[in-house]
Design a protein. Structure first.
Length: 297
């Protein structure tokens, strides 16, 4: 579900840690990170337990999250991203049509118009990425593959023409994503959002200078492939995200995710890599700014 086009007022009290958090409520706030980092992929306009935008960013800032990237996945959420980056300087934005939406728009004869609007929104100076785009064969059958491929290629074109970063959504489609990138060429900055590959894909990213953004899934007990990927990933190409309100890190799965929860994932990543937490935070903050540019420009 997407929100309207402007940030909405919600319930900031949902972010308070009163020691009585129940399943379905927000989890307790983590300890603050020793150096501020960025949540490079989140959806403030999604979820059944929404919060007011400023309150959500305040709660995140209190635990060491300096800013976030609000990501669009259709026209309403992309319009929200444009409005949100104007509403709070702690936000940058990304706009796109999600691969699962592309076949529906194509069937309705509306995909080209939607892509044209995404292109226009991408001109906003605080929209720093095209995303999330890519391929998803988990929810879309063979009948939607052609539309997904066309949409992905068009998003790649927009990112390259406008010299913007690209956020890739890839589910059960790594081979075809890599094939299209080889055919048409990648933009100068590319990240596999919510990295879902393995050590082999991580090495491909290393070889191409592509970024890998890890979410709460890296903390899941059955995510050995992600931990193997993290072990070989070039530290200069690693970022962290929530994909909120989804993919809440262990041990709070089942509760809504939010940007203030990112320290749980970052702390887990630093431990898995055997890195000092402050040093690791400085590294991923530097990586994120290199990828998106400055939040203060």
């Amino acid at each position: 579900m997407c929100s309207e086009d402007v940030p909405r007022p919600y319930r900031p009290e949902m972010l308070k840690n009163d020691g009585e958090t129940r399943r379905g409520d927000f989890a307790p706030a983590p300890l603050a990170l020793p150096f501020p980092v960025y949540d490079n992929h989140t959806h403030f306009d999604f979820g059944d337990t929404p919060v007011e935008l400023t309150a959500a960013l305040d709660a995140a800032e209190a635990v060491g999250i300096a800013g976030a990237v609000q990501v669009g996945c259709d026209l309403p959420s992309s319009r929200f991203a444009v409005a949100a980056v104007d509403a709070d300087p702690r936000l940058l934005g990304a706009v796109a049509i999600h691969p699962n939406d592309a076949p529906e728009l194509a069937d309705a004869g509306e995909l080209e118009a939607a892509l044209a609007e995404i292109d226009a929104m991408a001109a906003h100076p605080r929209i720093r990425a095209i995303g999330e785009t890519g391929l998803d064969y988990f929810r879309t059958g063979e009948e939607g593959v052609a539309a997904q491929h066309h949409s992905f290629r068009e998003h790649l074109d927009i990112a390259k023409r406008r010299d913007l970063a690209l956020q890739i959504h890839c589910r059960d489609a790594h081979e075809d994503v890599l094939k299209i990138l080889a055919e048409v060429g990648a933009p100068s900055r590319l990240v596999f959002h919510c990295f879902s590959g393995d050590a082999e894909l991580a090495q491909i990213c290393n070889d191409n200078g592509w970024y890998m953004s890890f979410s709460g899934t890296v903390t899941f007990k059955n995510a050995d492939n992600l931990r193997a990927a993290l072990a070989v990933a070039d530290p200069a190409l690693i970022m962290a995200e929530t994909d909120a309100p989804f993919l809440t890190p262990h041990p709070f799965r089942g509760r809504p995710n939010a940007s203030y929860m990112l320290p749980y994932t970052v702390q887990s990543m630093s431990q898995l890599m055997g890195r000092d937490l402050e040093e690791f935070c400085r590294q991923i903050a530097t990586n994120t700014e290199a990828f998106y540019g400055s939040w203060t420009d």
